[in-house]
Structure formats: structure tokens, C-alpha cells
Write a protein that binds this ligand. Sequence first.
Ligand code: MG
Length: 232
Amino acid sequence: MNKKYKHIFFDLDHTLWDFDKNSEYTLQKLYTDYNLKNVGIPDFKTFLHTYNAHNERLWARFRSGFIKRDELRWKRFWLTMLDFQIGDTVLANELSMAYLELLPTQTILTPHAKELLEYCNEHYSIHLITNGYELTQKMKLQFSGISAYFSEVFTSERCNGIKPHKEIFEFALSTTGAGIEESIMVGDALDVDILGAANVGMDQVYYNPTKMQHDRKPTYEVASLSELKSIF
Ligand SMILES: [Mg+2]
């Protein structure tokens, strides 16, 4: 146990909740439920690959402020289908809505997430700081069975701020009564979680399962959540 820390702030997507696997499972279900093979998309793998490529490009445009969230959401399906010569806006919108409804009900956690939360819960106060909507993020917590571990959940919607900006961290610290020195942030995104926590002077653990090269200096770095037990 690390006596320095009393409060651990976790990120949710990609850190505890396996976004990629949950997204893939959701798309698999859509592919089957909407009979996309019959519409002209030959197999799921091609569908997934095409969707991911468009999704990534649109996310980059969204982050740069070129498009709004609503546009990102339906266009990733619209452009995916266009690649298969399907120009069906109604179907694109239906897929988009179904995806957003189904995704937060998925239950796959990242490796060792549950045992880590179990361990941390015995020794620390644990909270979430997550960029996202209140309802969506809370559904993910409930469906994946980890809701009870967190004393506070700070979503962008609740805090009216997003990581890496200071406001969401300051709101989280003041609401929990946690001091900067006794707090640490655990997250998978350098420009979001690590930069954000560093901005307010909070220690950080960078969860880097792909061992991506970088030149930042997080307080700690781990490739597996199981390594966190040696820090905490
Ligand atoms: Mg994340």
C-alpha cells in the first residue's frame, strides 16, 4: 500500500472498460441484426475494418473542430456503407442510433480491471473522471458490474468540462475533498488523462498496453493493470 495516496481517479474508456472489444461486439451484433450481408457488405471483418477507418478519420476531424459530434456519429456509418455502394441514409441513421444504444450495455473490461478495483477499494477512495455523457458512462458502469466501486463519477456532462482542461479535475478534487498531493490519475490517453492531471499538479499513471513510444514523463507507466498493485 502506498501511504502517499488516498484518492485514485480512474479514466473509464480504454482504461477499465474495454472500448475496442465492446465496440467490435456491438458492430458484430448490428451486422447480424440488420442483415448487412444481404445489403451488400460481404463479411463482418471487412465491415469492421471499413468502419474503424472512417471512424478514426472522422474523430480526427471532430477533435480539430471541423465537424460536430452528431455528424461524426451518423457519417461513420454512412461512409462505411458508401464504400460498398450502399447509399441509404435511413439505414445509416438506424445503425448509428442502434450502435449508441447497444454500446453502453456491453460488459467487457480490460484485463485485471476488476481485481485492481477490488484491491484499490479496500485501501483508497476511488473515483472516475471521464469525458462523456452522464447516462452513457453510468450505463457502462452498471452493465459491467463496477458501479459500486466508485464514490464519485465525474463526467464531462456533470462537470461542464473535459479532460485535459483543468475545470473537470478541480471540480473532482473539491467535490471529493481530495488534496492534490494525495491524489493520482490513472488513464490510457497521454493528451487527455496524463496531460490533464499534470496540468493541475496531480500525479499520474499512464496505462500503455501497446507500449507506444512517447517522450512524456508520467509519474508512473504500466503496460498491464496488474502492475499497479506494486505502485498502490
Ligand atoms: Mg480513456
